[in-house]
Write a protein of this length. Structure first.
Lengths: 391, 383
């Protein structure tokens, strides 16, 4: 038991902090800090800055640009990145399809895709969920039928995040409808979004933004060489990928940053001539959130400091569940600090409402998603009850 | 940064668990022991002394083991796991802690050695009716006449106050709060003991010109030292609470797997298993915070703030887990014949000895504007 970071890790933390706060363009970090829309160009620029310094894909195999860091180093990397308001490397590339290709792809696929994926030369999107296959993903119905040297894909995906920017999609498709278990007949295909027969329809969200899409496939011809791994083993790759999706999903650094902002806003807003932050109830609400976030951060540290043997620490399931709740609590806090100003959500020039108060409610509404994606919190409770408590 | 126990700490845990499992492995033994005074088992107390546990944090020159806060945490958690009624935190961490912090060499040599050997049961007489978790004395006063001191006033509740061989008493002197030692057989000392809801013992302790020995030298205000020892005890209690919550959750999960209603075991009902999952979340978050607080003590960081943080987290978790453990059991959880409700009772007691969650939150809220973020691996926690 020892609290302090080793001198090496302390230096590592400082190195990360310095890099993120000096090398990533300030304008991009300001956009993230203000919870404004990050453009495709900003994502790409930021990831290329990281990739040039070897900091975009540290968790990949070393031969493909990885760093062979300890789990604790990766944790520090991610937390410092969030604290500095750096857009994280695109998850679909770096946490999802990249590691899957590195682990299960053939040599040709690795060479073709991995460097471009790390550098965001290819923007990937995720074709997993379908209208009737959400938490119950294995019920997916999009089919791929072999026809000569091609697969012919028909069906529909949904909740495809940032699909409007995507060059390629990785897609779970049913290749054996006769398989005894529905998990067994699924394969993983990748193909360009501009392949004939692919149509994308943006879905407007409650915050007025366009972040997710429906994607329709009508007789889309995909060359057989675009199958990743083995036919009908797609479910294994999906589980591998979703395991990665949960890494870092607690987003502690990001919530910490939100609480810093909440305190700043609560100093600006006055009630009866005094800063709202001096109101005991407001101060207590912030203090309690800070303490809950501390407990979560310590749990994350416990998990990364003791999961070196490759097996996930039992407490890791707590991270997604609690992490999402605290992200949501922080956005809710900011709406409440804004009070009536929060109504001016779509105000434009001519409004005197500060920016942070305009985006507060859209951000809060948008963040209802975080307890739903990456395995909903009900799925997390099922995992805890089943695999940890044996219920 | 390292969250793992070393092999000696694991051995210590194994030894303590072995001893306490033999003593309190089934709830009936505990019920029997707590039914009569002094509310704990003197033989078990002696065995804890023989293992060196009652002198665990004291310096070796005073008869102790010279161990650190992590070892104290390990023992406290094992105490909580079986709800051992022996007053480890109260006598060793609190009473012994005050003597170690303030006493003269001679006082430490005598009192700490007595505590460590199990021959002196020390109790802290600090709380007063009409006060609420203050580090200072309020209405009990000390008067000096020549070289000797006498105390006047009432302390209550004094945990283990009736059985104690020596009381460590806080009292108002000119310029602040001083600490005194009062022997159990002192003149003008009236102790009225009673049972507490968690199976423990407390007392009304009345001083009427009672002779007392000044603890330490001089009458400088001891509030800061008292605050510090209270903080260390809050952290030790956090670990005792973690042990108890862990057992409450495991007992509940086991019950859900075996109890049948509507022809199936209760774990078939998602309404129940989800609530058990939430109990696990509360437990692990509190455990992380308690372990961290002990590491802050070890690192020489801000113990007061770390203790408040651990207090808040374990208070919330203790209430959540304690209440849900009973609810998920149903009626049997409210009975004294079954163990799980005793955990809820003990967790409720721990929550109110040295400050509850809202109390800790008020203190943290006053400070919320003084830092930008809470960095568990940085100032002021790493010393």
């Amino acid at each position: 038991m020892r609290l302090q970071l080793s001198p090496e890790l302390e230096a590592f933390r400082e190195e990360m902090r310095t890099f993120f706060t000096t090398q990533v363009p300030q304008e991009i970090r300001d956009t993230v800090a203000a919870h404004r829309h990050v453009t495709k160009e900003q994502y790409v620029e930021s990831q290329r800055v990281l990739n040039a310094a070897g900091l975009a894909v540290p968790h990949w195999p070393v031969e493909w640009g990885g760093k062979d860091w300890s789990p604790l180093q990766r944790h520090i990397w991610r937390e410092e990145m969030q604290l500095a308001c750096v857009p994280e490397p695109l998850a679909f590339n770096t946490s999802m399809i990249g590691p899957v290709i590195a682990a299960f792809g053939n040599q040709e696929q690795k060479e073709r895709f991995l460097p471009a994926t790390a550098n965001l030369d290819i923007w990937w999107c995720q074709g997993f969920s379908e209208p009737d296959a959400g938490s119950d993903l294995a019920s997916l119905r999009t089919t791929a039928v072999r026809d000569g040297d091609d697969w012919v894909v028909n069906g529909q995906k949904t909740w495809t995040t940032l699909g409007q920017h995507a060059d390629w999609i990785f897609c779970l498709v049913r290749t054996d409808p006769t398989a005894e278990k529905k998990q067994r007949g699924i394969s993983l295909l990748v193909f360009p979004m501009d392949t004939p027969g692919v149509t994308l329809r943006p879905i407007e969200l409650l915050d007025g933004g366009f972040e997710v899409n429906e994607v329709f496939f009508e007789d889309v011809r995909v060359p057989a060489e675009n199958l990743i791994g083995e036919e009908n083993r797609g479910w294994d790759y999906a589980k591998f990928l979703l395991g990665n999706e949960r890494v870092g999903i607690a987003r502690i650094g990001s919530t910490k940053r939100m609480l810093v902002q909440a305190k700043a806003h609560a100093r600006e807003v006055t009630v009866g001539g005094r800063p709202l932050l001096e109101d005991p109830r407001t101060a207590a609400r912030i203090a309690e959130l800070e303490n809950e976030l501390l407990a979560l951060e310590l749990t994350a540290l416990r998990v990364v400091a003791t999961s070196a043997d490759g097996k996930p620490h039992p407490a890791s399931s707590v991270l997604k569940l609690r992490g999402s709740e605290l992200q949501q609590a922080a956005t809710e806090l900011v709406v409440d600090i804004a009070g009536p100003l929060s109504l001016s959500s779509f105000a434009d020039e001519g409004s005197e409402v500060p920016d942070w108060a305009r985006v507060a409610t859209p951000h809060y509404l948008n963040y209802r998603k975080v307890s739903i994606y990456g395995g909903s919190n009900e799925v997390q409770r099922t995992i805890i009850a089943g695999t940890i408590l044996g219920l | 940064m390292d969250f793992t126990f070393d092999s000696e700490q694991n051995d210590l845990r194994g030894a303590v668990r072995g001893l306490l499992e033999r003593a309190y492995g089934d709830g009936e033994q505990r019920r029997r022991v707590t039914a009569s005074d002094p509310g704990f088992d003197e033989k078990t107390w002696s065995r804890l002394a023989e293992m060196g546990l009652l002198g665990l944090p004291f310096a070796e020159e005073h008869g102790g083991m010279g161990a650190g806060p992590i070892e104290v945490a390990v023992v406290a958690e094992e105490i909580g796991r079986v709800l051992a009624p022996e007053p480890f935190v109260e006598a060793v961490v609190l009473a012994g802690g005050l003597v170690a912090a303030v006493g003269t060499d001679a006082q430490k040599a005598e009192v700490l050695a007595g505590i460590a050997e199990g021959t002196t049961l020390a109790a802290v007489a600090h709380a007063e009716p009409g006060t609420r978790w203050s580090p200072s004395a309020a209405a009990v006063t000390a008067t000096q006449d020549g070289g000797s001191w006498t105390l006047t006033g009432v302390k209550e509740p004094v945990l283990n106050g009736a059985r104690a061989d020596v009381l460590v008493v806080s009292a108002v002197v000119e310029g602040g709060t001083a600490l005194f030692l009062v022997r159990g057989d002192a003149a003008g000392l009236t102790r009225t003991g009673y049972r507490t809801h968690d199976g423990g013992r407390a007392a009304n302790v009345r001083f009427e010109g009672t002779p007392a020995e000044l603890l330490g030298e001089g009458t400088a205000d001891r509030t800061a030292q008292i605050e510090r020892v209270l903080a260390e005890a809050r952290i030790a209690y956090a670990h005792e609470a973690i042990g108890s919550m862990d057992t409450a959750l495991r007992t509940t999960a086991e019950y859900l797997k075996t109890r049948k209603q509507f022809g199936v075991t209760l774990n078939r009902f998602q309404a129940l298993t989800f609530r058990a999952a939430d109990m696990y979340v509360s437990l692990e978050l509190a455990r992380s915070t308690a372990l961290w607080a002990s590491m802050v003590v070890d690192a020489g960081g801000d113990v007061i703030a770390a203790a408040d943080r651990a207090r808040l987290q374990t208070s919330r978790a203790g209430r959540h887990i304690g209440k849900e453990a009973i609810q998920l059991h149903g009626g049997i959880g409210v009975t004294a014949e079954y163990t799980v409700g005793h955990h809820t009772s003990r967790l409720t007691a721990i929550d109110h000895v040295l400050g509850d969650g809202d109390w800790a939150l008020s203190r943290l809220a006053e400070d919320v504007d003084a830092h930008e973020t809470v960095d568990p691996l940085g100032a002021p926690y790493t010393g």
